[in-house]
Design a protein around this ligand. Structure first.
Ligand code: DON
Length: 313
């Protein structure tokens, strides 16, 4: 075993142990009833480096709801279909507001700021849906995630999707509001149905880190040899993750962690060290921005100890 691999494995185990012992764990997402009861005691971390070395710590194999992390995969899929025309329907500027905020939509004529806030992700989902039945669009998204992770066992938790559909009043408002500007093409119920279901995809840290490898390796997953996107597109998706992936906490995440990253209210974060590694962390307690509290701290420790921030050591 090379010393770099030994260092990586040691650092991942150390961080998992440090996170296990912490008492400040954040609060689970309470606005989705099905997620409110998750045990905040869990913590998982998986790093897959350049050579395919998998370093795992804590609850690396425990499944969780990926929620907004799915927006990285739907953005990738929608760019594949629409190319740069997608940017007519959604911007790529940080919003500086909460993930479910409605305020900017009125000023900006129903065009969401970026594809990672809820309004933007709903608009992206609508593009994937156009010309298809909701079932087909959802099947396509799920198969794409399975393809990225090279794992056909990945599935959707329909109870979580249903729980969100019943209580997703904000998202229903956002979608209807965008529809009034003509930004949503399909029936709002259809678009939201697909959106709630792709947010309810269940993965563990190992599967998620695997699914992110194309972003760490210029658009190609080195494990399968599949080219997912061009190097230019991978670079640009990483740029949007860096600037918008943590909503109004994106500046703080860049400041502390220094990597492109996307969080979900299930407590997961996918972070990319370009050219180095794909990283998945999960701890269900959230901070005030709706991002994983210990997940962010763990990533900060990881990039510091390994010197992996894109901004330098
Ligand atoms: O639409 C929602 O509110 C959720 N399905 C996803 C939000 C989310 O994950 C925000 N991330 N931190």
């Amino acid at each position: 075993m090379s010393s770099a691999v030994a260092d990586l494995e040691r650092v991942v185990k150390e961080i998992a142990e440090e996170m296990r012992q912490r008492t400040d764990r954040g609060e689970p997402a309470s606005y989705i009833p099905e997620l409110a009861n998750v045990d905040t005691g869990s913590f998982g971390l998986v790093v897959i480096d350049n050579d395919g070395t998998v370093a795992a710590g804590g609850d690396a194999d425990m499944p969780f709801s990926i929620q907004s992390i799915s927006k990285v995969f739907t953005l990738t899929l929608a760019l594949g279909k629409a190319g740069d025309r997608l940017w007519k329907h959604v911007g790529r500027e940080p919003s500086g507001s909460a993930f479910n905020s409605i305020v900017q939509l009125e000023y900006e004529h129903g065009i969401p700021r970026n594809p990672f806030i809820n309004a933007g992700a709903i608009a992206v989902t609508d593009r994937i849906l156009s010309g298809h039945q909701p079932k087909e669009a959802l099947g396509e998204i799920l198969r794409f995630v399975q393809f990225l992770a090279d794992d056909s066992s990945i599935a959707i938790d329909r109870t979580v999707a249903e729980s969100e559909r019943r209580t997703g009043f904000r998202n229903i408002a956002l979608a209807n509001y965008m529809k009034s500007f003509g930004v949503i093409e399909n029936p709002v119920d259809y678009t939201l149905g697909v959106y709630f279901h792709h947010c309810s995809i269940v993965m563990n840290c190992r599967q998620l880190a695997m699914a992110g490898r194309y972003l760490a390796h210029s658009g190609r997953n080195p494990a399968t040899g599949h080219r997912v996107v061009t190097p230019e597109r991978a670079r640009r998706i990483n740029a949007v993750m860096l600037t918008c992936g943590h909503y109004d906490g994106s500046g703080e995440f860049a400041y502390r962690v220094g990597l492109p990253g996307k969080s979900g209210v299930g407590g997961g974060i996918l972070a990319i060290a370009p050219g180095k590694a794909s990283i998945a962390v999960w701890s269900p307690g959230l901070d005030a921005y709706g991002n994983s509290h210990l997940g962010r701290i763990a990533l900060e420790l990881l990039t510091k100890r390994l010197g992996w921030s894109i901004f330098g050591a």
